[in-house]
Design a protein around this ligand. Sequence first.
Ligand code: UDP
Length: 458
Amino acid sequence: APTDPTTRHVAVLAFPFGTHAAPLLTLVRDLSAAAPDAVFSFFSTSRSNKSLFSSSSSSSEEEENSKVVPYDIGDGTRDGSAAAPTIETVDAFLNAVTGNFERGLVEAEKVVGVKIGCLVSDAFFWFAGEMAGERRIPWVPLWTSGPRSLLSHFYTDHIRRRFEDPEHNKEDQTLNFLPGFSSFRVTDLPLGIIIPPGKSESPFDIMLHKMAQTLPKANAVVINSFHQIDSQISTHLKTQFHKFLNLGPFTLTNTKPNNEYDPNNCLEWLSRQNPRSVVYISFGSLVVPHADKVAILVEALKESGFSFLWSYRGENNTTLFEETLNGKLVSWAPQVEVLKHPSVGAFVTHCGWNSILESIVGGVPMICCPFFGDQMMNMRTIEDVWGIGVGVEGVASKHDFLKALRSVLVEEEGKGMRERIGVMKKLAYEAVIVDDNVVDGGSSRRDFNDLMEIITKG
Ligand code: UDP
């Protein structure tokens, strides 16, 4: 263990559910590459750490030399055996989390022999701001979704006052009192902002609410995004926080190769398909769509004749897919590479933030099937603000899916979407340019350098 007293020691607190810890680790690895003297102690549950640190893209020698060191903390169950995340397992984790992190920090300080000088955390962990405050060190929270959902959480109290005010005109369900939200409605808001009458705030809702109140105290709020993706929202957030830094898209800044693990030979299969002919389908790491919805989508695919690649989580229902001629069903796909593949023409997605950024980087228009959390708001943004996809909401029929597939893959509308997403793709690449003639390169590079100042000097 390094004992040089001048070494910088940064503690990183990950949220172990959904796709939260992976982008945080990507950021930390980028920081570590830029600050080779610093040690990063990375805290997550053993299940989460196992899947993150056993990535095939790192040799064991590399891991050994790495200054990013994983620490396992309890997941809130007695034997650390929480299976798939449910509301109960997430609540159990949250109940135990502050004590677990506190003990972890003390242990890491002993191991490294250097006091922790900076705390980087998932933005959900508002209490990390208090832990940093007690230690008089900087706190840098990472928001792992988009800027628009962040802004709506930030205005939670404001939004609640408005819609809970008896004087409020109940017909007016628009969010036009927020900057850049004139086409949004209260039903588009992420969960936890409006508490339905008769219900009380869940522990998760309380966490999000406290987060909204605590983020302005952070030394910098950072996000896996780029300024130009929604410059009005990003500019507004810059006025609300000490610093608001756009550092992404992480799939482009990544100092390690993206996950190219392809056990099902998806890329080879794609290379045998025609350009822009394949529908890629994935609902992320948490959502398991209802069997009825799966059946309807399968019917629509059959009737449309489009071939598809489906990263499938759900019941093992092979009879459903048997007759479909040109489809490939896999349990895992190298999504970043899939979306960059010229054979892929449309992405049926649950609208998770990582998936959206990856689709933009690939230049693939989306068919949006939101389920919960921030996904409704992401869908509305894709459809109405950016015009790079279509929504298939709620109880969708075969006809709805067919219409969406045709509009993206066949009709003139789809051409417009591809043009617009092509422009965004270009902006994403420009944001991460490293130009030897310009010291700080694109906007995300400049923001990264800004963050480095805080991480290394505090
Ligand atoms: N992913 C993947 N292969 C799969 C399914 C998912 O690589 O077969 C990755 C995808 O590239 C993305 C993440 O899992 O980075 C899903 O993140 P997102 O934010 O879209 O959804 P969440 O998992 O948080 O619901």
